[in-house]
Design a protein around this ligand. Structure first.
Ligand SMILES: C[S@@+](CC[C@H](N)C(=O)[O-])C[C@H]1O[C@@H](n2cnc3c(N)ncnc32)[C@H](O)[C@@H]1O
Length: 269
């Protein structure tokens, strides 16, 4: 899978912007985004925070929902992403409020926002639970927090070599701070004191090999695994070759389950 965490090689920053743009355009996660925005239920005049706002694609959608009287803030730990979001938002938001910060240490007062969201971010964070606590802290009483996160242990390419697939995916998952946060998010919400917590699952699926290989930068992932000694160069070529063959025969399949968790903060009375 792609790695949007703090660890990166020199020169990779730009390519992360391109990768995220391609992923968002591909529509793989459109259903997940739609489900999370439906739960968020942001309306005109609301103050909304998007944690891990990336290239700002969802902020553009939210800008239309909160309108001119609303407040929209994006936070991302990556300055390059914040710059990209600024460029992408300028035509619809005159002064986009974009902040470079870690989701686990949000630079806002308690109870600042009506709605706080995060999507496909916390799996990259070693401190996903702390980020949920922070999101619960900065939301207003009776406000709403929504997180949409995959569970990378549910990534299932249909490869004929089950043992090799297990080894490749396990290493890739271990490179993420919280690869299984999808299944853990509901618990994190309850432990952060959020109430009326709901959870729904959304499946992403691809039957086109080339899209899967390119969107998730699979050759890069395999290169790292060979370098780390997890697999041999021969295993890398064989594994990808077999999946490519599935693609040629029109039988390729990959799927991933994500979870949308929504919770509210108790009112103070
Ligand atoms: C896959 S992108 C998703 C971006 C956006 N949420 C979307 O749906 O298009 C992950 C983003 O989360 C950011 N990120 C990862 N860990 C973070 C953290 N601990 N705090 C803030 N941002 C983080 C990355 O820099 C990257 O921009």
């Amino acid at each position: 899978m792609t790695g949007f965490s703090g660890r990166r090689r020199a020169g990779e920053a730009r390519s992360f912007v391109e990768t995220l743009t391609a992923l968002n355009i591909s529509g793989i996660f459109t259903e997940l985004t739609a489900a999370s925005l439906a739960k968020l239920d942001a309306g005109p005049g609301d103050a909304v925070l998007d944690v891990g706002s990336g290239t700002g694609d969802v902020l553009r959608v939210l800008a239309c929902r909160v309108g001119q009287n609303g407040r929209l803030v994006g936070v991302d730990q990556d300055e390059v992403m914040v710059d990209a979001a600024y460029e992408r938002l300028r035509d619809i938001v005159p002064e986009p409020e974009l902040v470079v910060a870690d989701g686990a240490a949000l630079p806002f007062d308690d109870g600042t926002f009506d709605r706080v969201r995060s999507e496909r971010v916390l799996i990259y964070s070693a401190n996903a639970g702390a980020a949920v606590h922070e999101m619960a802290r900065v939301v207003k009483p009776v406000g709403r927090v929504v997180v949409a996160e995959p569970d990378l242990a549910t990534s299932i390419p249909d490869s004929p070599d089950i043992e090799l697939t297990r080894r490749i995916l396990a290493y890739s998952q271990d490179m993420h701070g919280s690869a299984r946060f999808g299944r853990q998010a509901r618990r994190a919400f309850i432990e952060a004191g959020l109430v009326r917590v709901t959870v729904t699952a959304v499946l992403a699926m691809l039957t086109d090999f080339t899209s899967w290989r390119d969107l998730f930068r699979i050759p890069n992932m395999l290169e790292r695994e060979v370098e780390a000694g997890v697999i041999t160069a021969e295993e890398s070529v064989r594994w990808l070759g077999e999946l490519e063959e599935h693609g040629r025969r029109g039988v390729f399949l990959w799927a991933l389950t994500s979870f949308v968790v929504c919770g509210e903060k108790l009112s103070v009375s």
